[in-house]
Design a protein around this ligand. Structure first.
Ligand SMILES: [Zn+2]
Length: 305
């Protein structure tokens, strides 16, 4: 009843307003069509300063740092394979779930390929210092959640170590690491067993991201077979292990790669990054507990009951 009274009271105003909206609708639609809402780029370097601020707002402070490398990739793939692939996956993921994507970054761990042409291997001190200053600068610009999307297998010790050492001293942001590139199962049947570097999977993905840079006819010019020259137990680690097994910096056989396998794997990679972005955006625990931890770590004796 009360609703009815209110309806009667306001019905004249409502009718007037509705009428004016209908009358002005064609004009309104025309104006919308003439000035379409600009699509905000996910590329950090393509945004204007004010669009960058909008991007940080839209991404809820979530930024991606796709991490590549410059190293030999067998006889048939380009030096920047990991950089090209990881940026393809990260940028397509950001298309589905908006995040600001940092420009080309390839300053990682690749000492094991220094004997091959085109490798850029920075010292370990510089790798850590540059990565810290990069994420610090990203955070200073509003990226309070930095998701490192790793495209290079040789970074698999560096990145968890970097994330662990964020506890050294307080930071007002969280570093997340996503380090998966290849699904363990599903999709077109694979033809090779050893497939770690420039092999069937990686070559297939490049046939999707940058087919113009793949020289499939050269993939058998060198051997990517495991030479198994080191005779120590597998649970004893050395830095030279990779060279003892794959001295050509090639592991597997890229010649059997297919676009179909590449499409399956790349879609899986993109979907996985989308899931990671969504999880990071939803995470309201890590920063809170990180701050609690930093505070407690200034007076450890008090944390004992
Ligand atoms: Zn690679």
């Amino acid at each position: 009843m009360r609703m009815m009274t209110r309806f009667l009271k306001t019905s004249f105003v409502d009718t007037f307003l509705a009428l004016s909206v209908v009358l002005s609708l064609p004009q309104f639609l025309h104006a919308q069509a003439a000035v379409p809402a600009a699509k905000l780029s996910a590329h950090w370097e393509e945004l204007t300063a004010s669009d960058f601020r909008e991007g940080i707002h839209r991404s809820q402070g979530t930024c991606l740092l796709p991490f590549g490398i410059l190293e030999k990739h067998g006889p048939h793939l380009p030096l920047g394979t990991d950089l090209l692939d990881v940026r393809y996956a990260a940028l397509h993921a950001a298309d589905q779930e908006y995040a600001v994507v940092f420009p080309e970054y390839y300053f990682g761990q690749i000492a094991e390929a220094k004997h091959e042409p085109g490798t850029i291997a920075y010292s370990r001190t510089l790798q850590l210092a540059l990565l810290q200053e990069t994420t610090d600068e990203m955070a200073r610009n509003g990226c309070k959640k930095v998701l490192i999307v790793n495209g290079h297998g040789g970074n698999d010790s560096l990145l968890p170590f970097f994330a662990q050492t964020q506890l050294d001293k307080p930071h007002d942001y969280v570093v997340y690491v996503f380090d998966e590139r290849t699904p363990r199962e599903g999709g077109p049947a694979k033809k090779t067993k050893i497939d770690m570097h420039a092999g069937e999977s990686e070559t297939s993905k490049m046939m999707v991201s940058r087919p113009d840079t793949v020289h499939l006819d050269r993939a058998t010019n060198e051997s990517g077979a495991d030479q198994a020259r080191q005779k120590i137990p597998p649970d004893v680690y050395t830095g030279i292990w990779w060279y003892t097994r794959f001295p050509n910096h090639y592991s597997g056989d890229g010649s059997v790669a297919t676009k179909e396998l590449g499409e399956f794997q790349m879609k899986w990679w993109i979907d996985s990054v989308v899931k990671a972005i969504r999880a990071v955006k939803a995470d309201d625990v890590s920063l809170k507990l990180q701050n609690e931890f930093y505070e407690k770590s200034t007076h450890p004796l008090d944390t004992q009951p």
